[in-house]
Design a protein around this ligand. Sequence first.
Ligand code: ATP
Ligand code: SF4
Ligand code: MG
Length: 334
Amino acid sequence: TDPVLEIRGLRVDYGLGDAAVHAVRDVDLTLHRGEVLGLAGESGSGKSTLAYGLTRLLPPPGVVSGGQVIYHRDDGPPVDVLALSPAQLRAFRWAETSIVFQGAMNSLNPVHRISTQLLDVIKAHEPRSTAAARRQRARELLRLVGISADRLDGYPHQLSGGMRQRVMIAMALALEPQVVIMDEPTTALDVVMQRQILGQLAELRERLGFAVLFITHDLSLLVEFSDRIAIMYGGRIVEEAPAAQLYRQALHPYTDGLLHSFPALRGPRRELTGIPGSPPDLRAMPDGCAFHPRCPKAFDRCDKELPPLGPPGDGDPGRSVACWLHPAAVPLTR
Ligand code: ATP
Ligand code: SF4
Ligand code: MG
């Protein structure tokens, strides 16, 4: 209940004016200190756009067109990330919030030793530290992610994909940020590796206390490793709940569809039905609830009015949903 990152009404567009594609639409999301928050949704739902928008790493033509991102320092007043100057932003990244990109394991520079890249991050933020102290710190970081310190002077190609990914995590943790954002690739092939990485991050979180925003299309992973889960559809958060509750009973039919897209982890067997149809075209979004053309439970209200995200009037106040089957008691407002 102690927020470290509060996203309020965030909007991100690709392009400007009439040509703009609204990829993130009025997103409200809170990351609490020390928790693992999972963000899931089909490809194209806006997960990466949300992550890059909130950290201001959005490549053009992406623009943040509205909202606030409030970061609560552990020592000092909160800051609005979207209002930071370029210099403040440089100090903020890595030290307060770090991000491991989608496909990060390929983003280590192949011509430089691991040590050079890891030491650069530490040096940029701690220029007054001694070379010996930095090297010691780099060795500790590698050990922390389960890589033996003698790999420090190796080159990226000498490591497996999973090890490179862990080096990226070591870099992300180097300056002891309060928030680590991890954006995972969408390929099914990487699920085994994602599981290892997420398990390890959750374990490190126990020891170091940072919060994690873990992005994946694979909801089954999140059910296992996250404290809370948020589900994204067509650029909006459509449901958010503690992981166990979401797994037990999804309130949003889209979440329910996602849960029926992988075999049950425990309890009775579920029928694997998947979700019919395809994700919405962001340039031609359906009126009302964006999910209505695919929703097995749609009724007359659904194609007319957009359901607001909020605690369901008929259910647990600790979770939120945007669906007319569970009208919000009090919609989240800004
Ligand atoms: P994935 O699971 O495949 O990584 P995602 O949820 O991360 O998907 P995003 O990459 O955030 O989705 O993309 C969200 C939407 O924004 C998509 O519909 C995509 O087509 C659109 N989009 C992304 N980049 C651009 C761009 N440069 N120009 C226009 N539209 C874009
Ligand atoms: Fe389905 Fe209607 Fe709920 Fe949308 S609002 S998910 S269409 S029941
Ligand atoms: Mg993505």
